[in-house]
Design a protein around this ligand. Structure first.
Ligand SMILES: [Zn+2]
Length: 297
C-alpha cells in the first residue's frame, strides 16, 4: 500500500517536472518564433501606405510601401532584413502605394522573389483617371517585363505559417473612384490573429464585398483603415469586419482634418471614420504618423 502511494507521488512529481520543463522551453523559443507586422510612417508631408510582415522564419513580405520619396526608408529596412523580399503585395497602382516600390524593383542590391497584384490594362487606367497619366506610365515602365502573379478571389498564398487570402481583386466594371475601388483586399491569417488590408477601397467595392461570397471572411481582429481613413470603405463594411485594432496609414493633417487652419478645418472625412471606430468600440488605433509600429502577430 505504502509502495503504491510512493509510486503515485513519483509519477505526479515527474509529470510536474515535465510540464515545467516544457513551459521553460516554450518561453525560451518564443522570442525567436514570433511573426511581426510593421506599419511604416510617412517620410514626407504626403499621405502614404506601407506595411511589412516578418514570419517566424524571417521571411519578409511587403504590402505597398508609400511614395517615391518614402523609398529610402524602405530600402534601408529591406537591406537590414537580408535584402530579400519573399513576396510583395500591391493593393493598387496609385503612387502613394507603389511609388517606393517603383524605386526598389530595379535595385540590384534587393531581390524580390514574387510580386502579387491585380492589374488592369494600362489603357483602362488612362481612360478612367486621365489626370494620372504620368504616375500610370512610371508604374508600367518600372514593372517592364517583370513577372506579376495575378491571384484570383479566394486564392490563399501560404508563407511559413501565415496565410494571405485574397478577398477581392480588380473590378474594371466599377469606373467611379476607379483605381481605388480596384484595390486588392487581402486577409492575413496567423495562428494568433487576423488582419484585413483594404487598400483604398471606396463605397462600391465595400458593397461588392458585402454582397459577395467572401463576406464570411471579412471579420478580422485588425483592419487597415481604407483610403487613409477617410472617404473610403463604408460603416456597414467596418461593422461586418468588427475590428479590435485599427491601423491608420494616415498623416497628421489628415487625422486632424486640418487644411492648415486648425483641427477640423479641412474637407476630409476622417472624423466620421473616427466616430465609426468609437462606436465599434475599437480598443486601439495605431497612427502611422506617430511612430513606426511593430506588432506581434
Ligand atoms: Zn492611397
Amino acid at each position: 500500500m505504502e509502495n503504491k502511494s510512493k509510486t503515485i507521488k513519483k509519477i505526479i512529481i515527474a509529470v510536474i517536472v515535465l510540464i515545467l520543463l516544457l513551459l521553460c522551453i516554450s518561453i525560451m523559443i518564443q522570442p525567436f518564433n514570433k511573426a511581426t507586422l510593421t506599419q511604416f510612417g510617412p517620410t514626407t508631408d504626403r499621405q502614404m501606405m506601407g506595411y511589412s510582415i516578418k514570419t517566424k522564419n524571417n521571411k519578409l513580405i511587403m504590402i505597398d510601401g508609400g511614395n517615391i520619396k518614402d523609398a529610402e526608408q524602405l530600402k534601408q529596412y529591406i537591406k537590414q532584413n537580408g535584402s530579400k523580399v519573399d513576396a510583395w503585395f500591391l493593393t493598387h497602382i496609385h503612387t502613394d502605394h507603389v511609388g517606393a516600390f517603383t524605386q526598389i524593383i530595379n535595385d540590384e542590391e534587393i531581390k524580390i522573389e514574387k510580386i502579387y497584384a491585380s492589374i488592369c490594362d494600362k489603357q483602362w487606367y488612362e481612360q478612367n483617371e486621365p489626370s494620372r497619366q504620368e504616375d500610370i506610365a512610371s508604374f508600367f515602365t518600372a514593372i517592364g517585363d517583370k513577372k506579376i502573379e495575378e491571384p484570383q478571389v479566394a486564392d490563399c498564398i501560404i508563407i511559413d505559417n501565415i496565410q494571405f487570402k485574397i478577398l477581392k481583386t480588380k473590378n474594371p466594371e466599377i469606373t467611379d473612384n476607379a483605381i481605388n475601388n480596384s484595390s486588392m483586399v487581402i486577409k492575413v491569417k496567423t495562428p494568433k490573429t487576423s488582419i484585413l488590408f483594404l487598400g483604398d477601397i471606396g463605397i462600391e467595392a465595400s458593397n461588392k464585398l458585402l454582397q459577395g461570397n467572401m463576406k464570411e471572411e471579412l471579420r478580422s481582429d485588425i483592419v487597415q483603415v481604407a483610403h487613409h481613413g477617410q472617404a473610403g470603405a463604408t460603416e456597414e463594411l467596418y461593422k461586418e469586419i468588427n475590428p479590435k485594432i485599427c491601423l491608420w496609414p494616415t498623416i497628421k493633417w489628415l487625422w486632424d482634418n486640418d487644411i492648415g487652419t486648425g483641427e477640423n478645418s479641412g474637407p476630409w472625412k476622417t472624423m466620421e471614420t473616427r466616430e465609426w471606430m468609437e462606436r465599434l468600440e475599437v480598443q486601439k488605433n495605431y497612427l502611422a504618423f506617430e511612430n513606426q509600429v511593430v506588432l506581434d502577430i
